[in-house]
Design a protein around this ligand. Structure first.
Ligand SMILES: [Fe+2]
Length: 379
């Protein structure tokens, strides 16, 4: 709503609230303590950070006058201690329009089923590297749809990091800043075998699983090793429609995940599903390999297992998934807390298969999108 010339027609206040009458919309109500705490003079003029001492004013600050000024484009509030606050009408308008959603993602997700494979968005490496608008278009697609391919990323070590640092710094984990995906002796993780990998999200054992994952194919000559993707949001939406009790259990009951090797024992418990401020499912953290010992009551576990198996069955359902053999130079870029990924098994004796992966955190990606949108508008 930034930049809108919205006009205020009248103001009223009582002991706790200011009521704003708008020329073109229903009235909005603002708590006086909120208004005092958001006085523009309470923010540092250069850093923009809040420096106001909230305890320097009473819990119920008393307003002695409120006036509409500048043809309805601003208001002035005079407080009991003589301080005068001025607000742009745009600022007050935004407060009630964005209620509860200010920190939300700047893009609402769209869910998909397995037919999405036919219209998978493809972006070009060189365009992203050279043009901020191409970068923004890519990031908007990842955020909205949860999966894209970047083509023509040089299939050499280092180009994945350079591409992803266009977005932000990389999220380091116990697997390093970049992890290698190929079969190796004495594997500590299923990704280091040649086995099939069922659909999953990464690092459900972390307090904050990485928001976005990037998988770069350097070589993919082995027989098998076909990538599989499915949209966890669509599965959650369908489960909510068909089996609301199961949906609620997966949303509300925390289950434990764990990764361990000689150096690490990393554990966290969370529900499989999470909703946003709209009450819509936006997150799925699903990793059977990392699921630890269920520690719920035996009685509770009966109902929970029904729900858990119902979701597992959706991950096996061909309706939701599609398969794609990546080529050298392809980067799969996806929302790691939404888009489930996996692969078919491969035969390492038939040729090389080498992928490299890294992560970027959710809030860093959203931050880059906001900055680019402010600069260029939506792509
Ligand atoms: Fe994975």
């Amino acid at each position: 709503m930034g930049g809108l010339c919205v006009s205020i027609s009248a103001l009223n206040h009582d002991a706790l609230f200011l009521t704003v009458d708008w020329a073109d919309a229903p009235p909005s109500r603002h708590a006086l303590i909120w208004l005092r705490d958001h006085d523009p003079m309470g923010f540092h003029p250069e850093t923009g950070e809040r420096v106001f001492d909230l305890l320097s004013v009473p819990e119920e600050p008393h307003l002695v006058d409120s006036s509409v000024v500048e043809d309805g484009q601003a208001v002035t509030l005079t407080w009991e201690d003589g301080h005068v606050t001025r607000f742009d009408s745009d600022f007050l308008r935004k407060q009630f329009l964005e209620k509860g959603r200010r920190a939300a993602a700047p893009i609402v997700p769209e869910s998909w089923d397995g037919r999405f494979g036919e219209r998978l968005p493809r972006h070009d490496h060189d365009a992203i590297m050279q043009d901020d608008r191409a970068l923004l278009a890519w990031l908007e697609d990842i955020t909205c749809l949860g999966l894209t391919v970047v083509e023509n990323t040089p299939p050499v070590v280092g180009s994945l990091e350079t591409l992803c640092r266009r977005i932000a710094h990389l999220r380091e984990t116990n697997f390093g800043t970049v992890f290698e995906v190929f079969s190796k002796p004495n594997p500590t993780n299923q990704a280091y075998t040649a086995d099939a990998l069922p659909l999953h999200t990464d690092q459900s054992n972390q307090e904050t699983p990485p928001g976005f994952q990037f998988l770069h194919t350097l070589r993919n000559e082995a027989e098998g090793g076909v990538s599989i993707f499915a949209d966890g949001i669509r599965m959650a939406e369908d489960l909510r429609d068909r089996n609301p009790d199961a949906y609620r259990l997966l949303r509300d009951v925390k289950i434990p995940s764990r990764y361990f090797d000689d150096d690490w024992d990393i554990r966290f418990s969370r529900p499989v599903l999470a909703e946003d401020a709209r009450g819509e499912p936006v997150e799925v953290n699903w990793n059977r390999h990392l699921t630890d010992v269920f520690d719920m009551d035996p009685e509770e576990s009966i109902a929970y297992y029904r729900a858990y198996r119902a979701f597992l069955a959706l991950t096996y359902d061909p309706h939701y998934r599609f398969e794609l053999k990546s080529r050298p130079g392809d980067v799969f870029a996806f929302n790691n807390r939404r888009t489930l990924h996996g692969r078919t098994k491969f035969d390492p004796n038939t040729g090389a298969r080498h992928l490299r992966g890294c992560y970027v955190d959710w809030t860093d990606m959203m931050g880059r999108i906001r900055v680019l949108q402010n600069r260029h508008g939506k792509a």
